[in-house]
Every structure is written in C-alpha cells, then in structure tokens.
Design a protein around this ligand. Structure first.
Ligand SMILES: C[S@@+](CC[C@H](N)C(=O)[O-])C[C@H]1O[C@@H](n2cnc3c(N)ncnc32)[C@H](O)[C@@H]1O
Length: 393
C-alpha cells in the first residue's frame, strides 16, 4: 500500500507519548512537533490510529505542502489537487485555517480562497460543487501556514477523536478524554492497580481507565470521516474493527474507584459509565474528598480538583488545598497521587513536595501534572534519607 504523510494534533505536552503510541500502531518516521506528531503510514495505519489512539485529537492526511507567498499561491496549490478523486460533491465541507508567523493579512480570506479552490475544481470536473456546512460537515479541510510554507490536510477523523461517542452528560469543566488518557499514561498506572479519582466529575478518568483495563479501542462506538472518502477500504476497516473487538477482555470488576461531593455530578458520572456498560465493573460513591479513606493499601490517586477563577472560589480553594494535602499524608500512605491543575496556588498550598511536575496544556490553559509519592511515615522522613521499609505482617 502507498505510504502517506499524516499529522496527529494532541494536547501540548503529550507529544512524546503520542509518538510512542503511534509507533506501536505501526506508524513510521514518527516525529514529535509542537502540539502534535508527524508520521508516515498506509491507510491501515491511518485507520488504526483513528480507532485505537487514545491520545491523538485527530488524524490529518497531508495532501499538499509547498512554499507560498500570496493568497493566489494558496488558491493555486489547493486548486491543483484532485479533490474530486477523494470525495464526491454531494458531501458537505468545512475549511479551517491556522497559522504561525503567516505574512498574509486575513486568515478568513485565506479560508475563503481554499474553499473557492476546492469548489472551483469540483465545478470544472463534475459541474457540481460541495456545499459548506460549518456545523456538521462531512469533510473537514485544514490549512496550515507558517512564514513560507502552506500545508493542506484532509481530516480523516471527522469529529475530534476525544469524542469517543460515549460520554452523554458532561459535568462542570470536564477534562477531554485524550488528555485524561494521556495523564493516566504519564502516571505509569497499569490495569489491575487500584485507581481512585476522588473528585471525578463526569468520570472521564474512570471511563478511560475502564476502557484501558478491558482493552477496548476508544473509537469502536463512533464513525470517522475516512468512511466517506471515495477510496474507503471497507474490507480492511471491518477487519481492523473485528481484530480490536477480539482483543477485548471480559467485563470483570476492576479496582477503579470514583467519588464526588455532589449527588447530581455523581448521577452524571453514573449515567456516563452505565451508557458505556461499566456500571458493574467499577465503584462510585458520593463523598467529600476531605473525608474519604483509601480503598486499598496501595494505588494511584489521579484527579483534577476544582479550579476557581472567581474571587470567592479562590478563597475557598486556599482553605481547601492544605486540607487536601493533610488527607493525602494521613490516609493515603503507600499511594502515588497525581494532581492535574491549572492553579499555581495548589502546589504552594498543598504542603507536600512534588517529585515531578509535568507541564501540560488543556486547550490554551497551561496546567501542571503534579506527582506526590505518599510514602508510609510521611514525606519529611523520606527527604532526610530515611526511607521506611515495608513491615512484616
Ligand atoms: C474540575 S472538576 C473534575 C472534572 C472531571 N475530571 C471530569 O472530567 O468531569 C472538579 C470536581 O471536583 C468536585 N469537588 C469539589 N469539591 C469537592 C470535594 N470537597 N470532594 C469531592 N469532590 C469535590 C466537583 O463537584 C467537580 O466535579
């Protein structure tokens, strides 16, 4: 099969783990860039990346990359492409443009030029043109311009890949699924090890962890734009889906625990987990994180606490963070805690020493994944080199 160039955007900070994931899925010439990973592969790799990547936001097929200097160059580069061989004019399109250091004056105008080029090409060859649908397009076309190079991509995913086709009800400030999956991977948590999210909101960490534990491919419940392309290889796609389904493990109970302070939030999490068929395999309860105890002697606590932007909320959080630190110290010895936050006050006020701080971006918001290893006997003794030994029972 022919090899193509692809680009997979992802939340910034997750590029290295996305690169490793794509290599596992068969991608070659894998190179991390800022905000995504460039790779090569055939359609099998592209289909698999859409179906199985937990970290990528999209898989974009690069159809052109050339030097440019003007809007006319952009138009000509786009117009020269055989759009009519890739999809029919009965499908709707949407063009998106992003740029860094682009000398052209208006990106809206560039967007229009690309759309015109695609439609003009169709009209020339087929006497018909696709209509534009910005809300639910069949085909998304992405243009990217830097100072001198213009690249065009056909989006093989359609809806972003963090939309797993599962979560029905979002809580307050839900984290994106691919960011949650990336965080789980960064913590080193493995299926079978107890996992707790004590501020679980809509249950994103729990849902991703359950899918990972049962080896469920994240894209099994949704459709993809590549299925609408003219050269879609249905036999290959059916075979890849079948293989993924055969790899799934039976739905047995897992040591995955979630709780949240609010009943309505928990009801949303419960609805989401049960829609995914996971209500029997993990444990959910309503609880204040400041009053819980560890559900197992050892495990991973992974959570993103509330982040207050309003003044009253900030005051409440200033009092909350030290108490959270106390709970971790007193009730979670033996655990590894990973706190994902955008709040620079949290690491200062939690009164624990982070052993690792990984910068990650939630959209444009700069966040940190803070690692706290809660060693039995408290952290101070460990810092003095007095590492506690496991006790014999
Ligand atoms: C940023 S949200 C978590 C979002 C979640 N990761 C998701 O993807 O939906 C923070 C959550 O902490 C919960 N929360 C706030 N204070 C809490 C407390 N004292 N104990 C337990 N949960 C709390 C809120 O109800 C909210 O759902």
């Amino acid at each position: 099969m022919t090899r193509h160039c692809f680009f997979a955007p992802c939340p910034r900070g997750l590029e290295p783990i996305l690169a490793a994931e794509l290599e596992q899925l068969g991608a070659s010439s894998v190179q991390g860039r800022d905000g995504g990973v460039q790779f090569q592969g055939d359609w099998r790799v592209c289909y698999r990346a859409n179906l199985e990547s937990r970290i990528a936001s999209r898989i974009l097929w690069q159809v052109a990359t050339q030097p440019y200097a003007s809007e006319a160059d952009v138009y000509n580069i786009a117009r020269a492409l055989p759009w009519n061989e890739w999809f029919t004019p009965a499908l709707t399109i949407r063009v998106n443009v992003a740029a860094i250091k682009c000398p052209l004056r208006s990106l809206d105008f560039v967007t229009l030029k690309i759309k015109d080029a695609v439609c003009d090409k169709f009209r020339e060859i087929t006497a018909r043109r696709p209509s534009v649908d910005t809300a639910r397009p069949d085909i998304r076309i992405h243009g990217f311009l830097d100072a001198w190079k213009f690249s065009l991509y056909l989006d093989t995913s359609g809806e972003a890949l963090f939309k797993r086709g599962l979560r029905e009800r979002a809580g307050e400030a839900p984290i994106r699924e691919n960011l949650a999956a990336g965080i789980l991977r960064l913590t080193g948590w493995q299926p079978g090890i107890p996992l707790l999210d004590p501020m679980c909101g809509s249950g994103t960490f729990l849902l991703e962890a359950a899918q990972i534990s049962l080896n469920i491919a994240p894209g099994l419940e949704r459709g993809f734009a590549f299925e609408k392309l003219t050269k879609f290889d249905k036999a290959l796609w059916d075979q890849l889906r079948k293989t993924a389904i055969a790899r799934q493990k039976p739905k047995t109970p897992q040591p995955i625990f979630g709780s949240d302070l609010y009943g309505d939030v928990l009801a949303a999490a419960r609805a989401n987990l049960s829609a995914a068929g996971f209500s029997e395999i993990l444990t959910l309860k309503q609880a204040n994180v400041l009053e819980i105890s560890a559900p197992a002697p050892f495990g991973f606590l992974v959570t993103n606490p509330p982040y207050g932007v309003r003044i009253g909320e900030q005051q409440a959080l200033t009092e909350f963070y030290p108490k959270l630190g106390d709970v971790l110290k007193k009730r979670f010895s033996g655990w590894e805690a990973y706190i994902f936050t955008a709040d620079p006050l949290l690491p200062k006020l939690i009164r624990l020493n982070a052993s690792r701080r990984t910068p990650l971006f939630n959209g444009a918001l700069e966040c940190r994944l803070l690692e706290y290893k809660m060693v039995a006997g408290g952290m101070r003794r460990v810092r003095q080199g007095n590492v506690p030994q496991p006790t014999k029972s």
